[in-house]
Write a protein that binds this ligand. Sequence first.
Ligand SMILES: Nc1nc2c(ncn2[C@@H]2O[C@H](COP(=O)(O)OP(=O)(O)OP(=O)(O)O)[C@@H](O)[C@H]2O)c(=O)[nH]1
Ligand SMILES: [Mg+2]
Length: 350
Amino acid sequence: MKDGETLPPGQQTDAVTEPTGSSRDLPKRLLDAGYHPVLLFGTSTSGKSCILSSLMSYLRTTPHASISFGDGVIKTDSEYGRRQLMRAQFLFNRSVLEFIAGKANDATQDEPFYVPVVVTPANGLPQVKFAFLESMGELYKPAPKTHEYFKAPPSEVSDVMQQFHQAISVIYVAPFAINQGYVYDNNTPDDGAARREADLGLVGTIKAYEKMRTAKGKDHHLYLLSKWDLYTHEKCADTEFYAPTPGSIHKLLGERFNQSWSAYQAMPLGVASDRRNYMQYCSGLIGGKNILGVDDEIKKIIDRYPRTLWNWLYQNATTKDGVPGPPLFHDVLPRIPRKPTLSERILGVK
Ligand SMILES: Nc1nc2c(ncn2[C@@H]2O[C@H](COP(=O)(O)OP(=O)(O)OP(=O)(O)O)[C@@H](O)[C@H]2O)c(=O)[nH]1
Ligand SMILES: [Mg+2]
């Protein structure tokens, strides 16, 4: 290792493992400082970190809004807190800059943490603060040997679910394919066992949310079909890439993520039931760790994804008395699930 270089969090040799209970005051700190928590869930390699990097990269490489690190939210009076801060800064600075330079994130390790960011739109819309949960997918893997089949969420998640009484946004990440790179071909399902695990993992998350979330009424939910470029074999100019019909997404989700997609649509959300959306997402044309360079025209098409997701997040964070705030960008918003028509169900047509 060169002088001055830091190892990625998790590979730090002096890292001391402390009980995750040290996160206990985080919900209050986030509330007091006016943050909107964004919880991302999904098993390993579902694409969570790349989604975060693509969101932050987008604002850092375009003039629509500035994004800065939210200082002062993470308490640093313990080794645990200092590690949390360092990992959040590492993601915001190094991982995002590497992503912009064409390198995808490494697998996330250790305990979950939040990345506090402040988004200031250039056009005079209100500033909004977000705290993005970053965690390793291993935590959401089913635990078939336990009587409940799923592990309890880590305290960094359960504390926010139980003690944060304002709105949160929850994103359930279902990867179109698990294996990295362009491995999918139409005839051979690429990685059925891993996908079943990803599907069941999301069921566990949905059940945990139902059981422990204390303020469901204000929350917003998004079921996200990630790595969408693998579906269209990186053909981004194809309408199926940038504007697939609801029928095709419903069909895919029904086939590939039947259990979690069903559980998602059946979640008893009460007054928040219309705040349940879904969309496909592409963080970039990524093969392994390499993000392929694209021309300006394709970049604009791919950028629709972070724009749409930012729209959704920004509106969620600025919703007042059930009325969504203004969109950051005038792009399409994620859709509300609807029942496929008879012809879609029978023929799979769009
Ligand atoms: N083609 C393509 N590949 C993607 C995309 N997003 C992620 N990948 C691939 O999937 C791998 C894993 O993505 P991550 O974002 O690190 O997955 P994660 O959910 O954070 O995984 P853990 O940190 O292990 O929980 C990446 O290294 C990429 O190779 C995408 O939008 N398109
Ligand atoms: Mg990750």
